[in-house]
Ligand binder design. Structure first.
Ligand code: NAP
Length: 253
């Protein structure tokens, strides 16, 4: 295998959660470009369909399943439908996520639980469902956040807690599954990337954070996808249990 062939995903099936918009949609087309057939899930069927068409336009197969990752039975169904349609799951990208910014004294139990339910619990249910069918050589990539390791000027207890927990989940599953099942488990901690999620930020917020970034600008989805291809593919065959920041240097400051 040549060095560049290690990055290729030909013959593999990648399942991406939360692929109806933003980074998840970019990950789906990016992994398709790298050669994988794709399974995608999210709650909005119509937007998921747009991603499915974009993947198929690249000449790859794509199965789209409407699902809520906070429901364990939905996660099981997504994996069953992926295996039925595409035969296997080699890569899981736990990308589905919700963000909130609520002052801690005002946040309701429902608001807090909703974020944990999707960002943390949903990642675990999906990892469990995939690990039951994955063959040795498979890879799970959890999408965390720099906010798992730092703060960034907004009151985000629920979101930060969920993303910090992703670091622990990644470490533990890597230790459980790398040796025993041959499944590597890693995480990516993105900095700021324009998406539906960042559109909800208050006016001027992104600009105020930009001054803190050594790179001096938000990231492009392709810059994140390149890191994802590394962790999803055999290029990272000796990498497991890590959190890779892709953040323009934010965590270095
Ligand atoms: P986004 O455009 O809002 O995408 C979030 C995706 O998650 C959507 O496709 C949404 O689809 C899906 N989703 C939400 N709840 C779900 C549920 N219960 N079940 C299934 N899917 C669900 O935001 P994004 O920025 O691309 O975020 C993607 C990931 O990157 C998130 O985990 C986020 O925390 C992380 N991240 C983003 C940034 C950034 O700067 N953009 C930085 C750090 C980390 P439906 O609404 O159709 O279900």
């Amino acid at each position: 295998m040549t060095l560049l062939e290690r990055f290729q995903l030909d013959g593999k099936v990648a399942l991406i959660t939360g692929a109806s918009s933003g980074l998840g949609a970019a990950f789906a087309t990016g992994l398709a470009e790298a050669g994988a057939d794709i399974a995608i899930c999210a709650r909005r069927a119509e937007k998921l369909e747009q991603t499915r068409r974009a993947v198929e336009a690249l000449g790859r197969r794509c199965v789209a399943v409407t699902a809520d990752v906070s429901a364990p039975e939905d996660c099981t169904r997504v994996v069953e439908e992926t295996v039925a349609a595409l035969g296997r799951v080699d890569v899981l990208v736990n990308n589905a996520g919700v963000g909130t910014a609520v002052p801690a004294t005002r946040e309701t139990p429902e608001q807090f639980r909703q974020v944990i339910d999707v960002n943390l619990n949903g990642s675990y249910w999906m990892a469990q469902a995939c690990a039951r069918v994955m063959a040795p050589g498979s890879s799970i990539v959890n999408i965390g956040s720099v906010l798992g390791s730092t703060t960034a000027g907004l009151p985000q207890a629920a979101y930060s807690s969920s993303k910090a927990a992703i670091i622990g989940l990644t470490r533990d599953l890597a230790v459980q599954w790398t040796g025993r099942k041959g499944i590597r488990v890693n995480a990516i901690a993105p900095g700021f990337f324009p998406s539906e999620m960042t559109e909800q930020y208050p006016d001027g917020y992104l600009e105020s954070q930009q001054a803190r970034l050594p790179a001096g600008r938000p990231g492009e989805p392709e810059e994140l996808t390149a890191a994802l291809v590394f962790l999803a593919s055999d290029a990272s065959s000796y990498v497991t249990g890590i959190v890779l920041p892709v953040d323009g240097g934010m965590l270095a400051t």
